[in-house]
Design a protein around this ligand. Structure first.
Ligand code: SF4
Length: 228
């Protein structure tokens, strides 16, 4: 696959981050609190799949692993679309090898609603950009996305899922994504390591997992020795 949603967001934070992901991922150091947050988000996402009642999940793993089989997921999604399944979770799409998997696609009479689930109590701009990337890929695959929502965490377990309509804002990012996705595709394939000076992007919007490598606090050979 070329560029995924995660690739795009990481590449837009810092091109070097995306290049390192593709060429030297062993240098990553994921803080335990970040990993715990990611795990909690996965759990919330799993529970949100049922927020509209019965659904079909498109997740397929490669045999004997927990690595998603993207090609199989795309094929399964096409089948679900043809069968007009009302609620499709982890719906996978590919356009010119760029890929996304939508948390929830809900069928309407004339198209689909797209739901991006976030384990947070409010909507941040990064969330809208995540949904915008999915809208970009899915729209280019020929589906009509009528509404786009971020599903936030409600105040209590009585009301756990609060959809927030971000259709206008997310659709407004279409040109921005198109203007950058092809350059990120080209850049990630370069043989030479991208030269980017450390700066504000190392901690915003997310702390970079290569911080130690780029700031010289941990050298490359040390990280390899440490098995990171
Ligand atoms: S630490 Fe900073 S410069 Fe290095 S990859 Fe991350 S964001 Fe880019």
């Amino acid at each position: 696959m070329a560029i995924t949603k995660t690739d795009f967001m990481r590449g837009m934070q810092c091109p070097k981050m995306l290049w390192l992901d593709k060429h030297k991922p062993s240098l990553r150091v994921v803080p335990p609190e970040t990993q715990a947050r990611l795990d909690a988000g996965n759990d919330f996402g799993d529970r949100a799949m049922g927020m509209f009642g019965p659904y079909e999940e498109m997740t397929v793993y490669r045999p004997g692993t927990r690595i998603p089989d993207k090609k199989a997921m795309i094929a399964k999604t096409q089948d679900a679309l043809e069968r007009k399944v009302p609620v499709i979770c982890e719906a996978a799409f590919c356009n010119y090898n760029n890929y996304c998997a939508a948390d929830i696609l809900r069928k309407t009479e004339t198209g689909y609603e797209l739901y991006e689930v976030k384990n947070a109590s409010e909507v941040y701009v990064q969330f809208v950009r995540d949904a915008a990337f999915q809208n970009y890929i899915i729209s280019r695959c020929g589906l009509k996305i009528e509404k786009i929502f971020i599903v936030t965490h409600g105040p209590d377990e009585e009301n756990p899922f609060i959809p927030v309509d971000v259709t206008r804002e997310a659709k407004g990012y279409y040109t921005w994504i198109n203007d950058n996705i092809w350059e990120l595709n080209r850049m990630q394939k370069e043989r030479e390591e991208i030269r980017t000076e450390p700066g504000e992007q190392c901690t915003r919007p997310y702390e970079c997992w290569y911080y130690g490598y780029c700031h010289g606090t941990v050298k490359e050979d040390e990280q390899i020795r440490m098995g990171l």
